[in-house]
Design a protein around this ligand. Sequence first.
Ligand code: NDP
Length: 272
Amino acid sequence: GVNARYCVIGNPVAHSKSPTIHAAFALQTGQGIVYERCLAPVDGFAAIVRQLVASGYSGANVTVPFKLEAAALATTLSERARAAGAVNTLSFTPSGIAGDNTDGAGLVGDILHNAGVAIAGRRVLLVGAGGAARGAILPLLQQGPRQLVIANRTAATAENLAASFNSHGVPVEACTFADLDGRFDIVVNATSASLAGDLPPLPPAVFGAGTLALDMMYAADPTPFMRFAAAHGASMRDGLGMLVEQAAEAFFVWRGVRPQTCALLAAMRPPA
Ligand code: NDP
């Protein structure tokens, strides 16, 4: 039969590692899929999705800057997509377009299974209050941390975000960078500061021996956040594991088969 077709829609999209990751998953699981890159004009997302549906594609991943538009376009949303307010995984079905968000599950999977760090009972600091931070909150809360603190440059955004997640049985608090108090077990940088080579102004005392400091951004070299965290005793981690795990979760959503990620993640890391 004809292979099921998928793609990643973004602008820009040339740098995306998703085609490589999904090709590896397809090979590993024996699932016959084709996965391509799809560059959409900034004002042409909906038209591209219509074309993909009409051409018989089975689904698509969605990246910058279309995740909010994808949520608006989907005819049904998973609970985690609704909580995130954003969609990174679309499934084209006979009954419509299903929207899901696997980014937060990817973050949690990377922390638990690749870093080997528990979230239950721990003190977690989420830095940033944009789309990536929002998508991480429900999956983090479902692991039962002792507390989740959200710190953001624009304090009001963190306050609004914290207030909208206060019904999950875990204390969720907003805090300014300056008022952050004590050490955290897990610190996640969900800001885009690293893209500009910037460091969010975190007090060094949030880090210590035993802290996992994870930057959602992936770059060949450690980001300023990762270097700052490591200088204050934390173990550091970039966003590559999260990227591979969110892809594995999307593959599972589409194909009902969960790929192994360990070997691929190791192969994608440049030798130290
Ligand atoms: P948004 O534009 O939605 O949010 C940006 C956030 O960063 C805001 O909280 C903003 O604060 C903060 N910020 C920006 N610049 C600075 C700075 N110089 N100092 C302090 N805070 C700053 O971006 P996204 O949430 O979509 O993406 C954030 C990051 O997450 C990106 O680097 C992206 O690559 C990464 N990501 C990684 C994924 C993975 O699989 N590894 C998946 C998804 C995202 P303010 O509100 O004050 O403007």
